[in-house]
Design a protein around this ligand. Structure first.
Ligand code: FES
Length: 98
């Protein structure tokens, strides 16, 4: 299964098909788990600050497995590598149409 298939599966599992979401991989292979978890927390905090509708969710491996942290936007299906807090905030802003 490709990365898009894995993303769709993660979204389906959480019943988020009708929502917008920033999906962050917390698998072990693309980067240190502490790094991806810190990104998740920072993005949840940012999402709360701006009262975003976008959900920030974690997932297992998305099949990219290098240059993490890896994050994907749903429903736009954009995948980003080396996601910093700044880049993550931009992804949320885009999903929010800001
Ligand atoms: S472990 Fe993160 S993409 Fe595979």
């Amino acid at each position: 299964m490709g990365k898009r298939g894995k993303l769709r599966k993660a979204i389906h599992k959480r019943e988020l098909e009708q929502e917008t979401a920033l999906v962050i991989c917390v698998g072990k292979r693309c980067c240190d788990r502490e790094e991806s978890q810190a990104l998740v927390e920072a993005m949840r905090e940012y999402s709360g600050e701006i009262h975003a509708h976008t959900r920030v969710v974690t997932t297992g491996c998305l099949g990219i497995c290098k240059k993490g942290p890896i994050a994907a936007s749903y429903p736009t299906m954009k995948f980003k590598k080396h996601v910093t807090r700044k880049r993550g905030r931009k992804m949320i802003d885009k999903l929010e149409g800001r």
